[in-house]
Design a protein around this ligand. Structure first.
Ligand code: G
Ligand code: G
Ligand code: NA
Ligand code: MN
Length: 250
């Protein structure tokens, strides 16, 4: 059956849910927040990951109501966490192009009571680079409300380092392909080093993705990376487990 039909049915039958993967301060190893990640419980295929359905959801336009639902649900969950635990939500560039982003953000924050200072929006390079100034003015408006903007999967796209200076961002997430190889490969380590150096000089926070070994944590500490995320530290978990972890850790 066509994925498109399956997706429509999934939306109508409430088969989507969120999991939350924690991220931590490198220095103290304290919990800093959670990233909301979308999952689809398919009736026969089991749990389906975003890489297998986000593109289709974008093509069919489903990403707009689905994205609004993600924002609402994630903010509702985060409102139960201690006040210093932040929430990161992934956004598709299509959600920006819809022109409804500002309204959706306002509604999700208002309905949940989550302060905007605890919300961060994750965008990929392609979303930030291709779109031009309307996205940038949107982001500036969100940042003025206290919402943070993160550049996801950094290093996998085409953006130049000098471009970082002009982007309205608060955080860079160093893609896990670099983190995975930095302990063994000098060139990957050099890239991680340079990104952290430049980001820090520009006042941009850094999060390293895909931490799987203690050795990687040691390298990140030596390089001055601020935040880290990965299976070694915490897998994506259900909202109730995230809440328990947040209350235990803070
Ligand atoms: O755990 P994982 O396979 O879920 O996530 C892979 C990627 O899928 C994320 O980095 C992100 O780019 C994308 N993703 C996850 N959840 C969402 C979501 O709610 N909305 C959008 N647009 N993308 C998501
Ligand atoms: O694209 P984005 O980086 O936002 O999504 C995170 C994706 O990376 C999710 O699919 C998540 O399950 C996965 N992920 C998170 N931590 C790790 C890790 O330590 N190792 C690996 N291999 N994947 C991870
Ligand atoms: Na992300
Ligand atoms: Mn990422």
């Amino acid at each position: 059956r066509a994925l498109e039909l399956d997706l429509r049915e999934a939306w109508e039958n409430g088969q989507f849910f969120l999991v939350f993967q924690p991220f931590f301060h490198v220095d103290s190893r304290r919990l800093a927040g959670f990233e909301a990640l979308l999952r689809w419980r398919h009736p026969t295929r089991g749990i389906v990951l975003p890489s297998d359905f986000i593109a289709c959801a974008e093509e069919t336009g489903l990403i707009l109501p689905l994205g609004a639902w993600v924002l609402t649900e994630a903010c509702r969950a985060a409102a139960e966490w201690p006040a210093d635990v932040h929430l990161a939500v992934n956004l598709s560039s299509l959600q920006f192009r819809s022109g409804h982003m500002a309204d959706q953000l306002r509604d999700a924050l208002r309905a949940s009571g989550l302060p905007p200072q605890r919300l961060e929006l994750e965008l990929t390079e392609s979303a930030l680079l291709v779109e031009g100034t309307s996205v940038h003015s949107n982001l500036a408006q969100f940042r003025a409300q206290g919402i943070a903007i993160a550049l996801d999967d950094f290093g996998t796209g085409y953006s130049s380092l000098s471009y970082l200076r002009t982007l309205p961002i608060d955080r860079i997430k160093v893609d896990r392909t670099f983190v995975a190889r930095m302990a063994q490969d000098r060139q990957h380590r050099a890239i991680v080093h340079s990104v952290i150096q430049l980001s820090t000089a520009l006042g941009i926070a850094t999060t390293a993705e895909g931490i799987e070994t203690e050795e990687q944590i040691e390298i990140l500490r030596a390089e001055g990376c601020g935040y880290m995320q990965g299976f070694l530290l915490g897998r994506p978990m259900r909202a109730t487990d995230a809440r328990d972890l947040a209350q235990r850790e803070t």
